[in-house]
Design a protein around this ligand. Structure first.
Ligand SMILES: C[S@@+](CC[C@H](N)C(=O)[O-])C[C@H]1O[C@@H](n2cnc3c(N)ncnc32)[C@H](O)[C@@H]1O
Length: 383
């Protein structure tokens, strides 16, 4: 079936954005008649072929910009290609193997943790290829696959939530990240571990001095905390999730960090930071890695306010360095930079950008829509 897009849809595809909302389709009646999950071809108003994908309830997810069959072979080939790309980049056992449209598998995310894998499907058309995905992963040495197709993206595709094993039954594995070791549990948040922060966690180690006091806010299972502790820091981690903090404790133990070098506080970061600031506490390095405050443009204004307040608190507590992140895709890197610097000034801190980090290269950025993680390393001094 042919669907024609307006200029907005056309220029989005020209810029590499492969999710085309119904609003951009000119022949909406045809769109509405097509069964979800069916293959559709997208054309410009003037009849130029633009891409091929699957119809979803409110959008078309373009899979390819070529006129090629979307069949079992397509899935096998694209997964193997995506895996080879990571191996060529030097990734070994643990990496994001498939990152949705960047790997021509729009709406499929696969993370690999040694021989264990978690997958997420957010595209009706991919649903019927589950068996091929499992078989291909098995051929690549994976022995446990856990599907975690839950949350906002699944709702958007009007698909029921699916969670459970597709292969094997392992519950956890221990991964390596530089010198650090981490327990990854299949029942963890999102796909189990935030692989996107890999480079930034490794980068942090360069700035830690033995004896530093480090505050890791939104620490999850201790990602940044463990790297800081390995370099000799005293770490305080904060997170809302008791379950994540119990794994954070175990992660410290498996990295042989003495018990007197870390503490984890369960609670709301905003309240705890306010309390620490009121008490005049100071930390050599403060890390802020909150969940996404803006999942879509609708929440942008509130999100910016939230990031500003958080960074102002973080800057107040930081003596030498602030490492601050945002995984909200709608917030542009320059806007984030500007709000962080402003928040530092409001906290009477002179902030100097040392390094601008992004998502790890196993989450390839191919268009605006695929870039989401920002991570600023800032030197700070009292004004
Ligand atoms: C993006 S993850 C952090 C990942 C972590 N830095 C790492 O490297 O693995 C965000 C974390 O924020 C926690 N969180 C969400 N809302 C929170 C809140 N209001 N206060 C404290 N923690 C919160 C979640 O439980 C989650 O662990």
């Amino acid at each position: 079936m042919k669907l024609y897009v307006d200029f907005g849809g056309y220029s989005a595809i020209e810029k590499g954005n492969l999710i085309i909302p119904r609003e951009n389709i000119l022949n909406k009646e045809d769109f509405d008649k097509i069964e979800v999950g069916e293959v559709v071809d997208i054309y410009s108003k003037r009849g130029k072929f633009l891409g091929r994908g699957f119809k979803n309830p409110a959008e078309v997810r373009i899979m390819t910009l070529r006129k090629e069959e979307l069949d079992e072979n397509y899935f096998r080939e694209k997964i193997v290609n995506a895996n080879n790309y990571r191996l060529e980049l030097g990734f070994k056992d643990t990496y994001r193997m498939v990152y949705t449209q960047s790997d021509w598998l729009n709406g499929l995310v696969i993370d690999k943790f040694n021989e264990l894998s978690t997958i997420q499907i957010f595209n009706y058309g991919i649903e019927k290829y589950r068996d091929v995905i499992v078989e291909t992963l098995e051929s690549l040495g994976i022995d446990t696959i856990y599907e975690k197709s839950t949350g906002r993206n699944r709702k958007r595709a009007k698909l029921p939530e699916v969670e459970g094993y597709l292969l094997g039954n392992k519950k956890e594995t221990i991964i390596r990240e530089g010198e650090a070791k981490f327990i990854v549990r299949i029942d963890g948040q999102k796909t189990g571990f935030f692989l996107d922060q890999r480079e930034n966690r490794l980068e942090l180690e360069k700035f830690i001095k033995p004896g530093d006091r480090v505050l890791d806010v939104f620490c999850y299972t201790g990602g940044f905390s463990v790297h800081a502790a390995i370099r000799g820091a005293y770490v305080t981690g904060i997170d809302l999730s008791k379950k994540a903090l119990s794994v954070a404790e175990q992660n410290m133990e498996i990295n042989n960090i003495p018990k007197d070098r870390y503490e984890f506080i369960e609670g709301n970061a905003f309240e705890i930071l306010t309390d620490l600031a009121d008490r005049g506490e100071k930390y050599d390095v403060v890390i802020l890695d909150p969940p996404a405050f803006a999942q879509s443009k609708k929440y942008l204004k509130n999100a910016i306010r939230g990031y500003h307040a958080l960074n102002r608190l973080g800057a107040k507590l930081a003596k030498r360095m602030l490492v601050t992140c945002s995984c909200s895709q709608p917030i542009e890197p320059d806007a984030f930079k500007a709000l962080v610097i402003d928040a530092c000034l409001k906290a009477r801190k002179w902030a100097k950008i040392i390094k601008i980090g992004s998502q790890a290269p196993d989450h390839p950025i191919t268009s605006k829509g695929t870039e989401y993680l920002k991570c600023l390393f800032l030197g700070v001094e009292e004004i």
